[in-house]
Ligand binder design. Structure first.
Ligand code: SAM
Ligand code: SF4
Ligand code: SF4
Length: 416
């Protein structure tokens, strides 16, 4: 069996039924009723000027570009799908979104205004930064877009993997993008991808991001069998993940002026509150995200885009109910419940819910546990212990005595 046939067989195994009209109505209802924000990952092109070694985007070089028809049909589908939610987060992704002309984004904003009157709409561009111009920055600043760059820590680590077609590293150009954004007071965030090199140098990565004053999200490399990203060179084991994330957590936790580091802000918040946030923690991500490819293909997640076995339909041909009726979608929406068997007895289940379905697919079963399960488990144990120690230390420290003789007696002061 070739790799594609094996993957199709796997999807068929986890999707043994055809959704009935009742299932479709139930799915539509669950999507409309979710209490998490909904995000659409829009891939306006699969074209990219970089050749990052670990990149999961398939078909690079096809140079597909999203047309106005696809843009409009995507938005119409989303407005039908989301019902009364009236909130939508657009993530402009790719390929490289800034390989599209600025007029594409102007058109997108005009369509958003037309098709989502009164909705809460926001936009984020996820970019490699190398094509960013002052015109982009002015447009994004004026329209309230947020910008996230891809920066893999210090220059030597970044330039190992994030290269132009001629093999030259892209770091210098990314730092120019940071300066351009800051000149317009535009906030800058970043995604760091954890490769074995990044894991082995995690302290240097944190110090660099801190020097740059850039909040970041760190994700381990996702490798799916048969992809170019699946080279053993990029393989991060659950043990590498645990060691690096625990070290990173300690740096962050002990920092006097920490950055905002995802997933730590999320994990700590999830541990101490009732609601669980973050797509790879709350277990219902597939109700809250969808991805549209340049040709209008719809996929359950950005990392699955372009893979025929995960295609749910096409915005030019299929309406929202037809997309919900894709059998694989119905099964994936149930992952939280179906996947729970694999996580039976785990004391972190409330805040982990089996992790990310795409990372679970690294083991060949989207309904199973996240590939990094063992690493996540150790990280959660560690974070929990550190929070408990901190709370105990604070509880044992007497509060400072109230100051006497001061001005404040708790009563409002007369003005002037
Ligand atoms: C696919 S890129 C598209 C947007 C843009 N070209 C960029 O690089 O930011 C989106 C993000 O996915 C990350 N990424 C690419 N391949 C990955 C992989 N195999 N595992 C995890 N993240 C990956 C990139 O580093 C980037 O931060
Ligand atoms: S810049 Fe983004 S899309 Fe392009 S190769 Fe790198 S990770 Fe992939
Ligand atoms: S840590 Fe592992 S076993 Fe526990 S819920 Fe997460 S994926 Fe499941």
């Amino acid at each position: 069996m070739n790799a594609d046939a094996a993957r199709q067989a796997e999807v068929a195994r986890t999707a043994p039924f055809q959704a009935s009209p009742n299932d479709v109505a139930a799915i539509a209802n669950r999507i409309a009723c979710s209490d998490h924000p909904f995000a659409v990952i829009m891939k306006p092109t699969d074209k990219c000027n970089l050749r990052c070694g670990y990149c999961y985007v398939p078909h690079r070089g096809h140079h597909l570009r999203m047309t106005r028809d696809v843009l409009k049909a995507s938005m119409s589908m989303l407005s039908a799908m989301l019902g009364w939610r009236r909130q939508l987060h657009f993530i402009w992704h790719g390929g490289e979104p800034l390989a599209m002309p600025l007029s594409f984004f102007e058109e997108a904003v005009a369509l958003q205004r037309e098709l989502f009157p009164g909705w809460f709409i926001d936009n984020c561009v996820q970019t490699n930064g190398t094509l960013l111009t002052p015109e982009h920055v002015a447009f994004f600043a004026d329209r309230g877009f947020s910008v996230s760059l891809s920066i893999d820590g210090p220059a030597d680590l970044h330039d190992k993997n994030r290269t132009f077609a001629n093999g030259r590293g892209s770091y210098r150009r990314v730092l120019e993008a940071v300066s351009l954004l800051r000149e317009r007071n535009q906030a800058v965030g970043a995604v760091v991808v954890m490769t074995p090199d990044i894991a082995a140098n995690i302290e240097r990565v944190y110090r660099t991001m801190r020097e740059l004053r850039i909040n970041f999200r760190i994700n381990p490399v996702i490798q799916i069998a048969g992809d170019r990203s699946a080279s053993p060179r990029y393989a991060v084991t659950p043990d590498d993940y645990a060691q690096a994330m625990i070290a990173l957590f300690d740096l962050w936790f002990e920092d006097d002026v920490p950055l905002h580091v995802d997933p730590f802000n999320l994990i700590v918040g999830n541990m101490i509150s009732d609601t669980v946030w973050g797509c790879d923690y709350h277990g219902g991500c597939l109700r809250d995200v969808i991805c549209v490819d340049p040709d209008g293909g719809v996929y359950p997640c950005g990392q699955l885009a372009g893979r025929p076995e995960f295609r749910l339909g096409n915005v030019l041909k299929d309406d929202a109910p037809a997309i919900f009726a894709a059998p694989m979608y119905a099964r994936l929406l149930d992952r939280r419940h179906l996947g729970i068997a694999a996580c039976e007895g785990c004391h972190h289940r409330r805040i982990c819910n089996g992790g990310c379905p795409v990372a679970a697919y690294m083991r060949g079963d989207m309904l199973g546990r996240d590939y990094f399960c063992e690493g996540r488990h150790r990280l959660f144990d560690h974070i929990r212990r550190r929070i408990e120690e901190d709370v105990a230390r604070q509880a044992a420290t007497p509060l400072p005595a109230p100051r006497t003789g001061g001005q404040c007696d708790g009563r409002p002061r007369p003005a002037g």
